[in-house]
Design a protein around this ligand. Structure first.
Ligand SMILES: Cc1ncc(COP(=O)(O)O)c(C=O)c1O
Length: 372
C-alpha cells in the first residue's frame, strides 16, 4: 500500500540551538530520538528510534568503550600504555579504540567472522590489531575467540582484557547515559523499550534505569533466530521451562533477566528487508540489529494503545552494511537470491517461514529460575 507523502520541514533547525564541544569524546552520547511517520502509518501507537549511529565512532558501543576505558584507568586495572584486548562484533572495538587512542592505549580485537568490511577498514585506520578467532567452537579449543583474546592480553606485561560481556562498566554506561536520555527525550512517556541483545549491556542497563523510573515500562530484548544465544538453552531457561533449569553454556553476565520482561526472536531475512524498507520509505538509515527491533516494535504497536510510546534502539547506521546485507550483489551471492530479487522490484515484504515464525520468550521471575 503506498504511503502518503510526508511533509518536508519548512526550514533548517534553529541555529541558536547548535552546540560547540571541547573534545571529540564529548561527541559520545546525547544521540537523537526521532519519531517515525511513514512506517507507522495507521498504527495507534507512537514509535521513536534512538539513533546511536550518531555517536562519534558510529555506534552505541562508543558509550561503553569510553566508560570501560575511563573506569579501568581510574581503578588501576589498565596501566599507562597498556594494550586493551577484547572479543566482539566490531563496534565495541571502535569505541575502545577512540577512548584508548585518546589516552595512549593501543588495542586488539578478535571480531566476529561477520565483521563488515566497512568496520574492518575503520578499525585498521584507527590502528586496531585484528586477530582471527572463532566464537562457534568450545572454550577448550585454542581457536575459541575468548582464548585468542586472553592469550593476546597475557602476551604483554600491561595487557588487559576488557571483557565487555561481564564488565559492569558496560551496562553502567547505559544506566548513566542511554536510559536518562530516553527518559528525558520522551518526557517520561516511554512505555516500551526494545534493543537487540548480545552482551546484554544495552537492554539490561537502559532497561534497569527505565524500570527505576517506571516499573511498568516493558523492556524487550530482541534476537535473531539462529544467533549464538538461540543456539544454547538460554531461552528455555529464561522462560522457566521445568526441564531447562541450568544453562548449558557460559552466557554474558551482563544479560540481566531481572530487567528483561520478554525476548522476541525474528528472522534475519525479515530484518534485512525492513532495513531496506526503512531507508526507501522513511529515509531512516539503521543497521540490522536496529531493523530487527523495529520489526518487533511495529508488530507490537499494531495492537497497542494510543498512549503507548515505543523506543527502538538503533545501535548503528545503515552505512555499516552497504557492502553486505544492504547490497543486492552480496545478497545474491550469499544465500538470499530471492530476497535480492524482491528488493530489486521494490518489494520489501519478508515471507514468514514455518520454522521461523516469530516467537516470544516470556522471561520468568528470578526466584523461579536456577542459573548455572
Ligand atoms: C550493531 C549491534 N547491535 C546490537 C548489539 C547488542 O548490544 P549489547 O552487546 O549491548 O547487547 C551489538 C553488540 O555487539 C551491536 O554491535
Amino acid at each position: 500500500m503506498p504511503h502518503s507523502a510526508q511533509a518536508l520541514p519548512i526550514s533548517f533547525p534553529d541555529p541558536s540551538r547548535s552546540r560547540t564541544y571541547d573534545s571529540v569524546l564529548d561527541l559520545i552520547g546525547n544521540t537523537p530520538l526521532v519519531r517515525l511517520n511513514r512506517l507507522t502509518e495507521g498504527l495507534p501507537a507512537t514509535v521513536y528510534v534512538k539513533l546511536d549511529g550518531f555517536n562519534l565512532g558510529g555506534s552505541s558501543k562508543d558509550r561503553i568503550g569510553l566508560n570501560i576505558v575511563r573506569e579501568a584507568i581510574a581503578g588501576g586495572e589498565l596501566r599507562p600504555g597498556g594494550r586493551i584486548t577484547d572479543t566482539g562484533a566490531g563496534n565495541t572495538a571502535i569505541g575502545i579504540a577512540l577512548a584508548g587512542n585518546a589516552t595512549g592505549h593501543p588495542s586488539s580485537s578478535v571480531p566476529l567472522p561477520t565483521l563488515s568490511p566497512e568496520k574492518a577498514r575503520l578499525l585498521e585506520f584507527l590502528g586496531v590489531e585484528l586477530l582471527p578467532g572463532r566464537p562457534d567452537v568450545p572454550r577448550e579449543d585454542p581457536e575459541n575467540w575468548a582464548n585468542v583474546a586472553q592469550r593476546r592480553a597475557e602476551a604483554e606485561t600491561d595487557g588487559w582484557w576488557s571483557h565487555q560481556e561481564s564488565n559492569g562498566d558496560n551496562p553502567a554506561a547505559h544506566i548513566a547515559s542511554t536510559g536518562p536520555e530516553i527518559w528525558h527525550q520522551t518526557g517520561g512517556r516511554v512505555t516500551h523499550f526494545l534493543a537487540q541483545i548480545a552482551t546484554g549491556g544495552t537492554v539490561s542497563g537502559t532497561g534497569s534505569y527505565l524500570h527505576e523510573q517506571n516499573p511498568e515500562v516493558s523492556v524487550i530484548a530482541t534476537d535473531f533466530h539462529g544467533s549464538m544465544h538461540s543456539q544454547s538453552n538460554l531461552y528455555r531457561v529464561a522462560s522457566g521451562e521445568p526441564d531447562a533449569e541450568q544453562l548449558e553454556r557460559d552466557w554474558p553476565e551482563n544479560i540481566d533477566l531481572d530487567v528483561i520482561d520478554r525476548i522476541e526472536r525474528r528472522d534475519r531475512e525479515a530484518a534485512i528487508a525492513l532495513g531496506w524498507r526503512a531507508a526507501r520509505e522513511e529515509g531512516l538509515l539503521i543497521g540490522l540489529s536496529s531493523a530487527l527491533s523495529l520489526g518487533v516494535a511495529l508488530d507490537l504497536a499494531a495492537n497497542a494503545d494510543e498512549d503507548d510510546v515505543f523506543v527502538v534502539f538503533s545501535a548503528d547506521s545503515a552505512r555499516d552494511y552497504v557492502s553486505r546485507e544492504y547490497n543486492l550483489a552480496w545478497l545474491r551471492e550469499n544465500d538470499y537470491p530471492e530476497l535480492a530479487e524482491r528488493l530489486a522490484r521494490g518489494d520489501y515484504s519478508a515471507p514468514t517461514h514455518g520454522s521461523t515464525d516469530p516467537d516470544t520468550v516470556l522471561v520468568a521471575r528470578a526466584d523461579d529460575r536456577v542459573l548455572a
